[in-house]
Design a protein around this ligand. Sequence first.
Ligand SMILES: [Zn+2]
Length: 247
Amino acid sequence: MARNRFLPVVDLPDDWSGALTVVVHDGKVVVLDEHPVEVAAGAPRLLLGTLDGAACFAVDLDGDGVPDLATSDLQDLLVPLRGMYGRLDDARWTLAGRAVQLVEWDRSHRHCGRCGTPTEPAPGERARRCPACGLLARGRNFPMPMYSCLAGFVEPGETLEEAVAREVLEEVGVEVTDIRYVSSQPWPFPHSLMIGFEATWESGDIVIDEREIVDAGWFTPDDLPIVPPAMSIARTLIDRWIERRLD
Ligand SMILES: [Zn+2]
């Protein structure tokens, strides 16, 4: 079973062993089993946390003091984050997404928002501090923008298939047909059962119900957003669909 083996520590524990480096450059990433010093000495680096005890760093290859990429093997290894899907295990996939966000946050907080003085990393915190006026720019929790399958509740007197058709229509304005049961998963939050279906688009463009949905879209296997982890039924449905599309 996959479980979250990642700890988002801001100070490296004494017993870390091994290192992972997520190199970030121009919206592209590569995850390497090496320490940042071996990958790109001199480039700005950030501690992401630990994964199974290994220290995880992000290296910003668009920062100052970066070695010339033109002569580097890294150039060939870097791929867009979305293109990493399926090539990395869940933990590394999530780590790569976290690295991209954290590098972006760090870049956009290099100067104090109040007085313009260059900021410095604040020890022991995911934050940068202004040495002149003391203003602290704190990193948020870096939630991942994640897309999942649509979900809803069965109403009394309705079949499961009717519930699927109704929920899809209500949430994204699309009519579906050919609704097929796939699998189920106990969902103890509380006393529930998740039942997974596939369906085929019949008519309509996506119009989201903004009370329930932030965004929805049509995706292809090579254009996937960040999706739920492997232990979820949503991911089972997504993986089945990808396998079929790639056959
Ligand atoms: Zn300041």
